[in-house]
Design a binder for this molecule. Sequence first.
Ligand SMILES: [Fe+2]
Ligand SMILES: [Fe+2]
Length: 190
Amino acid sequence: MTVIEQIIKDHQHMTRLLDFLDQEVSRYRDDNEYAPRINLILEALDYLHHYPDAFHHPIESRLMVRLRPRLERQNDRIQFDLIENQHQQITAMTQKLNAAFSSVAKDQVVPINLLLSEYVLYSELQREHMELENQYMIPAMQALLSEDDLAQVQDDLKQMADPLFGAHLWEMYENLYQHIAESELMPDVI
Ligand SMILES: [Fe+2]
Ligand SMILES: [Fe+2]
């Protein structure tokens, strides 16, 4: 699999995870009859911190640095800046949400409505970000990355396989993976 194919696949996987996380977080809403499962939320945020934030976005950033001088359209450069900006925002927000939900898990007083609205912003930002990348970054990668560019990042790919959706599921994410798969089989439960 090339790095471009991996990035496209990661986006599909992240969408699955966000769909699941949206459902789980919505259990904190007053009108939701299901009990929140804080461990699943923390596991999902932990994964977002350890794979997309630590690996997926940094690889994209490195590839965009290579591509930037080859872009011909001003608009593409503007979109790249925006994408880069979102990488920083997303990473910061993952950490912030992780800290807030950890406090919830420890029974500390957390304003839940504020947390819910912050989560909605986060989920929307992640989705907008992927759309922007699919629209501007992926086509630029497909058109402008050389074999040599791809070879240079190929080694990094081997080092960091996706621990949740990759070929080898890590034990720490087994529970999360099972619940994602179940929720996809029964989308009407929530
Ligand atoms: Fe990204
Ligand atoms: Fe991405």
